[in-house]
Design a protein around this ligand. Sequence first.
Ligand code: NI
Length: 174
Amino acid sequence: MAMLPIIWAPDPRLKVTSEPVGEVDAAIVKLIDDMLATMYAEPGIGLSAIQIGVPKRVVVVDVARKGEEPQPLALINPVITARSSDIAVFDEGCLSLPDHWAEVERPAEIDIRFLDRAGKQQSLHADDILSRCIQHEMDHLDGILFVDHLSAVRRGIILRKLTKQKKARLRENA
Ligand code: NI
Protein backbone atom coordinates (compact mmCIF):
# COMPACT_ATOMS: atom_id res chain seq x y z
CA MET A 1 0.00 0.00 0.00
CA ALA A 2 1.21 3.45 -0.83
CA MET A 3 0.23 6.84 0.44
CA LEU A 4 -0.28 9.26 -2.40
CA PRO A 5 -0.34 13.06 -2.49
CA ILE A 6 -3.81 14.59 -2.53
CA ILE A 7 -4.64 17.24 -5.13
CA TRP A 8 -5.68 20.55 -3.59
CA ALA A 9 -8.31 22.83 -5.06
CA PRO A 10 -8.37 24.89 -7.11
CA ASP A 11 -7.05 22.44 -9.71
CA PRO A 12 -8.53 21.59 -13.13
CA ARG A 13 -8.07 17.86 -12.46
CA LEU A 14 -10.71 18.07 -9.70
CA LYS A 15 -13.23 19.32 -12.30
CA VAL A 16 -13.09 16.34 -14.66
CA THR A 17 -15.79 13.68 -14.94
CA SER A 18 -14.31 10.32 -14.00
CA GLU A 19 -14.68 7.28 -16.25
CA PRO A 20 -16.49 4.09 -15.20
CA VAL A 21 -14.32 1.11 -14.29
CA GLY A 22 -14.58 -1.60 -16.97
CA GLU A 23 -13.23 -4.52 -15.01
CA VAL A 24 -12.38 -4.85 -11.32
CA ASP A 25 -8.86 -6.22 -11.79
CA ALA A 26 -5.69 -6.27 -9.67
CA ALA A 27 -4.89 -2.67 -10.65
CA ILE A 28 -8.25 -1.48 -9.28
CA VAL A 29 -7.78 -3.45 -6.05
CA LYS A 30 -4.33 -1.85 -5.66
CA LEU A 31 -5.85 1.58 -6.34
CA ILE A 32 -8.43 0.94 -3.58
CA ASP A 33 -5.71 -0.13 -1.12
CA ASP A 34 -3.61 2.95 -1.92
CA MET A 35 -6.67 5.18 -1.52
CA LEU A 36 -7.51 3.64 1.86
CA ALA A 37 -3.91 4.06 3.07
CA THR A 38 -3.94 7.69 1.92
CA MET A 39 -7.34 8.38 3.52
CA TYR A 40 -6.38 6.83 6.89
CA ALA A 41 -3.05 8.69 6.92
CA GLU A 42 -4.60 12.13 6.46
CA PRO A 43 -6.92 11.24 8.33
CA GLY A 44 -10.19 11.48 6.43
CA ILE A 45 -13.48 9.58 6.20
CA GLY A 46 -13.75 9.50 2.41
CA LEU A 47 -11.64 9.80 -0.73
CA SER A 48 -12.31 9.67 -4.46
CA ALA A 49 -9.76 8.40 -6.97
CA ILE A 50 -9.65 11.75 -8.77
CA GLN A 51 -8.29 13.35 -5.58
CA ILE A 52 -5.09 11.38 -6.16
CA GLY A 53 -5.23 12.13 -9.87
CA VAL A 54 -6.91 8.94 -11.14
CA PRO A 55 -10.07 9.76 -13.15
CA LYS A 56 -11.90 6.49 -12.42
CA ARG A 57 -15.25 6.07 -10.66
CA VAL A 58 -13.83 4.66 -7.42
CA VAL A 59 -14.61 5.91 -3.90
CA VAL A 60 -13.49 4.74 -0.47
CA VAL A 61 -15.18 5.65 2.81
CA ASP A 62 -14.87 4.70 6.47
CA VAL A 63 -17.11 6.54 8.90
CA ALA A 64 -16.19 4.45 11.97
CA ARG A 65 -15.46 6.64 14.98
CA LYS A 66 -12.16 6.72 16.85
CA GLY A 67 -11.77 3.54 18.88
CA GLU A 68 -14.30 1.62 16.77
CA GLU A 69 -13.36 -1.20 14.41
CA PRO A 70 -12.49 0.20 10.98
CA GLN A 71 -15.30 -0.18 8.42
CA PRO A 72 -13.58 0.34 5.07
CA LEU A 73 -15.98 0.45 2.15
CA ALA A 74 -14.95 0.61 -1.50
CA LEU A 75 -17.53 1.73 -4.07
CA ILE A 76 -16.80 1.11 -7.75
CA ASN A 77 -19.09 2.75 -10.35
CA PRO A 78 -21.55 3.84 -7.61
CA VAL A 79 -25.01 5.01 -8.68
CA ILE A 80 -27.68 6.63 -6.47
CA THR A 81 -30.95 4.76 -7.10
CA ALA A 82 -33.13 6.64 -4.58
CA ARG A 83 -32.95 9.81 -2.49
CA SER A 84 -35.08 10.70 0.54
CA SER A 85 -37.22 13.80 0.24
CA ASP A 86 -36.05 15.00 3.64
CA ILE A 87 -32.94 17.11 3.58
CA ALA A 88 -30.11 17.16 6.12
CA VAL A 89 -27.57 19.91 6.80
CA PHE A 90 -24.00 18.90 7.65
CA ASP A 91 -20.78 20.82 8.11
CA GLU A 92 -18.65 19.38 5.29
CA GLY A 93 -14.92 19.40 4.77
CA CYS A 94 -12.73 17.83 2.10
CA LEU A 95 -9.14 16.60 1.96
CA SER A 96 -8.77 18.63 -1.26
CA LEU A 97 -9.91 21.82 0.53
CA PRO A 98 -7.91 21.55 3.76
CA ASP A 99 -9.01 23.67 6.73
CA HIS A 100 -12.29 24.79 5.12
CA TRP A 101 -15.75 23.77 6.25
CA ALA A 102 -19.24 24.79 5.26
CA GLU A 103 -22.83 23.71 5.86
CA VAL A 104 -24.21 21.84 2.84
CA GLU A 105 -27.78 20.60 2.29
CA ARG A 106 -28.28 17.15 0.78
CA PRO A 107 -30.91 14.38 0.86
CA ALA A 108 -30.74 12.75 4.29
CA GLU A 109 -30.85 9.15 3.04
CA ILE A 110 -29.89 7.41 -0.19
CA ASP A 111 -29.94 3.99 -1.82
CA ILE A 112 -26.93 3.14 -3.94
CA ARG A 113 -25.79 0.41 -6.27
CA PHE A 114 -22.09 -0.31 -6.82
CA LEU A 115 -19.46 -2.97 -7.48
CA ASP A 116 -17.40 -4.09 -4.49
CA ARG A 117 -13.66 -4.83 -4.57
CA ALA A 118 -14.45 -8.40 -5.66
CA GLY A 119 -16.37 -7.03 -8.66
CA LYS A 120 -19.71 -8.12 -7.19
CA GLN A 121 -22.84 -6.01 -7.63
CA GLN A 122 -24.01 -4.67 -4.24
CA SER A 123 -26.67 -2.32 -2.96
CA LEU A 124 -26.76 -0.27 0.20
CA HIS A 125 -29.11 2.02 2.09
CA ALA A 126 -27.20 4.82 3.79
CA ASP A 127 -28.28 7.44 6.30
CA ASP A 128 -26.62 9.96 8.62
CA ILE A 129 -22.88 10.49 8.16
CA LEU A 130 -22.45 7.55 5.76
CA SER A 131 -25.07 8.97 3.40
CA ARG A 132 -23.42 12.37 3.61
CA CYS A 133 -19.94 11.01 2.99
CA ILE A 134 -20.98 8.88 0.00
CA GLN A 135 -22.83 11.79 -1.64
CA HIS A 136 -19.83 14.08 -1.14
CA GLU A 137 -17.43 11.52 -2.63
CA MET A 138 -19.74 10.69 -5.54
CA ASP A 139 -19.87 14.41 -6.37
CA HIS A 140 -16.09 14.26 -6.91
CA LEU A 141 -16.65 11.67 -9.67
CA ASP A 142 -18.56 14.35 -11.60
CA GLY A 143 -16.07 17.12 -10.88
CA ILE A 144 -18.20 18.69 -8.14
CA LEU A 145 -16.71 20.03 -4.90
CA PHE A 146 -18.69 20.87 -1.75
CA VAL A 147 -18.08 24.56 -2.40
CA ASP A 148 -20.04 24.18 -5.65
CA HIS A 149 -23.14 23.80 -3.43
CA LEU A 150 -22.50 27.22 -1.86
CA SER A 151 -23.20 30.71 -3.16
CA ALA A 152 -20.71 32.08 -5.69
CA VAL A 153 -19.54 34.62 -3.10
CA ARG A 154 -18.77 32.04 -0.41
CA ARG A 155 -17.17 29.72 -2.98
CA GLY A 156 -14.97 32.57 -4.21
CA ILE A 157 -13.79 33.41 -0.68
CA ILE A 158 -12.81 29.82 0.07
CA LEU A 159 -11.10 29.24 -3.30
CA ARG A 160 -9.07 32.46 -2.98
CA LYS A 161 -7.87 31.35 0.47
CA LEU A 162 -6.99 27.93 -0.97
CA THR A 163 -4.96 29.54 -3.76
CA LYS A 164 -2.92 31.37 -1.11
CA GLN A 165 -2.53 28.15 0.95
CA LYS A 166 -1.24 26.31 -2.13
CA LYS A 167 1.34 29.01 -2.87
CA ALA A 168 2.52 28.88 0.74
CA ARG A 169 2.84 25.09 0.55
CA LEU A 170 4.82 25.29 -2.69
CA ARG A 171 7.20 27.77 -1.03
CA GLU A 172 7.62 25.43 1.98
CA ASN A 173 8.43 22.50 -0.30
CA ALA A 174 10.77 24.53 -2.56
NI1 NI B 1 -13.97 15.78 -0.82
